[in-house]
Design a protein around this ligand. Structure first.
Ligand SMILES: [Fe+2]
Ligand SMILES: [Fe+2]
Length: 447
């Protein structure tokens, strides 16, 4: 690494010459030797040094200390003071400027070198730190969130432009103020809440002018210094726009939901108007299927899908001639074959509707049995949706316990006995258990 370039500011010729020799012997390049502060400052632009060696007491209008502060603050040139005496007042003033070191005359070459190198190193570190601070501060200032930093006395040490805007306090007014004076919250967080850092929470911020803003904030402690807390950083943002969108979205979902419910209800009624003997069947099946699903502790959303599917599960029967549906005598094989097309027909009607649940498939599978003996596809246990398994048990229990054109009701006891006997063969065991339980323990009734 090339040796540093040094400027010497010394008004005593003899001392200046000695210094020049020493510096050169040590291998440094000397940019200039000048006698006054004014000359030193003038020559900086065409021969900028890395460091200045300077007498504290200089002839001329400006003394060494004033020159030193200009050199460091404006040109980032560190200054090492050379002095033959160090009275307290001068020394205190010298310390006010960034003190990179000083040498008391007389001194050795080795001492000079050490002081110069230490000063250069310290200057490099300070410049690096300053650069990092500027970099960080630029980021914090340009960020879209409000940021406030407080010291361990809970007074404000930093506030960015977004925080200034939301609180109504300018940086100049806010710095040094207690946090709760500038960052005023409508509801003070509970002590419990305040101690759980980092998790965002909502609150209402009151600006200086009394404006209210709904905000979301996080509080993060600054790293500790020797076991003492260094303060906190509060990051917050205006969430009123987001809340508004969320509310609109919720309302629009609720509207859609009501529409869906109404539509399903309308379809269900249409089917039952054609087929008065099974009128109310789908509604009662839906009621029981929902109860079984709840007993199985399925998520609310899934339960809703089961209820909707159950309400229209026999929709495919609109393809079956009304005479067959209401035939008071036993069905022929052909008539029964026609009836058995209704799950597939139902699926064809529903498959292209984008429900948030697999309604079409549930309807398609509602006559499948876990041993593969069902229709239309002879699916086995693992291939049948849980929703369809629930629907099939509810369907059978309801159908057997109500009147049909060709037979009287078997009664609920017989219906439950049937699913219990075929438990694990035709019907899913857990679903049957849940069904039996709601009748025996929860006193379920179709009415
Ligand atoms: Fe059916
Ligand atoms: Fe049915």
């Amino acid at each position: 690494m090339p040796r540093a370039k040094i400027l010497i500011v010394e008004d005593e010729n003899l001392v200046a010459r000695d210094l020049l020799n020493m510096v050169k012997t040590l291998g440094y390049e000397v940019t200039d030797v000048v006698q006054t502060g004014e000359v030193a400052l003038k020559g900086l632009s065409h021969k900028p040094p890395d460091l200045a060696l300077m007498d504290i007491v200089l002839k001329g209008n400006v003394d060494g200390i004033s020159v030193a502060s200009v050199l460091w603050e404006e040109y980032s040139i560190p200054v090492v003071y050379i002095t033959s005496f160090a009275d307290d007042v001068t020394f205190e003033r010298a310390k006010m400027t960034e003190p990179f070191g000083y040498l008391l005359k007389p001194f050795e070459e080795r001492e000079l070198e050490l002081t110069i190198e230490t000063a250069l190193y310290k200057a490099r570190m300070l410049l690096l730190l300053k650069e990092k601070e500027q970099w960080l501060s630029t980021i914090l200032r340009s960020i879209g969130d409000g940021i406030i930093a407080i010291n361990r006395e809970r007074r404000i040490s930093f506030i960015n432009p977004v925080a200034e805007k939301l609180t109504g306090w300018s940086e100049r007014e806010a710095i040094g103020q207690p946090l709760n004076q500038v960052f005023r919250l409508k509801e003070m967080p509970s002590p419990n809440r305040a101690s759980t850092f980092s998790e965002p929470y909502e609150n209402i911020l009151l600006s200086k002018e009394g404006l209210e803003t709904l905000i979301e904030q996080t509080v993060t402690p600054l790293p500790e210094d020797k076991g003492r807390g260094m303060g906190e950083v509060i990051v917050f943002r205006d969430i009123s726009a987001r809340k508004k969108v969320e509310k609109e979205l919720q309302e629009s979902w609720a509207r859609l939901h009501r529409t869906l419910q109404g539509t399903i209800q309308a379809i269900s009624t249409t089917i039952e108007m054609r087929d008065p003997y099974t009128a109310g069947h789908q509604r009662r099946v839906a009621f029981l299927a929902e109860a079984i699903a709840n007993e199985l502790k399925l998520p609310e959303f899934q339960v809703e899908g089961i209820r909707f599917a159950a309400q229209i599960h026999d929709i495919g029967k609109i393809y079956v001639p009304a005479e067959i549906l209401s035939k008071p005598t036993k069905l022929t094989d052909l008539e029964y074959t026609i009836i058995k097309t209704h799950p597939q027909a139902g699926y064809e009607i529903l498959k292209n509707i984008e429900f948030p649940w697999p309604i079409g498939l549930i309807v398609l599978q509602h006559h499948e049995r876990i041993d593969g003996s069902g229709y239309p596809n002879g699916l086995k246990d693992g291939e049948i949706l849980l929703e369809a398994k629930i629907l099939s048990v509810a369907d059978v229990v309801e159908a057997m316990s109500s009147h049909r054109p060709y037979r009287p009701s078997f009664g609920i006891g017989k219906a439950l006995e049937e699913v219990q006997i075929k438990k694990g063969i035709l019907y899913d065991s857990q679903v049957v258990e849940a069904c039996l339980k709601i009748f025996s323990e929860k006193r379920f009734s179709f009415d």
